[in-house]
Design a protein around this ligand. Structure first.
Ligand code: ATP
Ligand code: MG
Length: 156
């Protein structure tokens, strides 16, 4: 059903507020004014956001920043999860959405995880008619971007 992304993003921030505070990481929502609603299964979209935010928190050192940004691009809404973390090496980016794929076993092992978060996020976004992609610069940060179709009427 049609959902307000501003609400979904605000609630996601609330779910992680304690963890953010404990890690000394700031998390901010930036939603374009009059952003249209999106048609999504709310639980599924929450799962995508939780996967992406938990990655950002896992791979961003103390004093870092995470931004959740949403804006319109034609018939789609674009959502970005932007972190100032350790980044991902160029060579790993093409395989990052594969099930069980994790960068550098050594750095990943101590942080835990199975390598499923991004592939689940991709499945959910594609089922909603959107696309997901990742951009990253080693040592500087990572941006995960996904799109969702604009709902026919209603504003956030
Ligand atoms: P799981 O999500 O199943 O707990 P995971 O986080 O390792 O495990 P994915 O979420 O699929 O698995 O991510 C795959 C790999 O991509 C991670 O192991 C990590 O190396 C890299 N990665 C994902 N997001 C980021 C990020 N924001 N910054 C740096 N590396 C990332
Ligand atoms: Mg993950």
């Amino acid at each position: 059903s049609p959902q307000s992304l501003a609400g979904l993003l605000d609630r996601a921030v609330e779910r992680f507020s304690v963890q953010c505070r404990n890690q000394g990481i700031g998390m901010f929502v930036e939603v374009e004014p009059r952003l249209p609603q999106v048609v999504v299964d709310r639980d599924k979209l929450d799962q995508v956001l939780d996967n992406l935010i938990s990655n950002a928190l896992k791979y961003t050192p103390e004093k870092g920043m995470i931004r959740l940004a949403a804006s319109r691009d034609g018939d789609m809404v674009v959502v970005k999860v932007i972190d100032t973390g350790i980044g991902i090496p160029k060579k790993d980016l093409p395989r990052i959405f594969e099930r069980f794929y994790r960068v550098d076993k050594a750095r990943s092992r101590k942080l835990g995880g199975t390598g499923l978060g991004l592939s689940i996020a991709q499945q959910i976004i594609e089922k909603h008619g959107g696309k997901i992609q990742i951009e990253s610069e080693l040592g500087r940060g990572t941006t995960v971007l996904f799109t969702l179709p604009v709902a026919k009427e209603g504003v956030a």
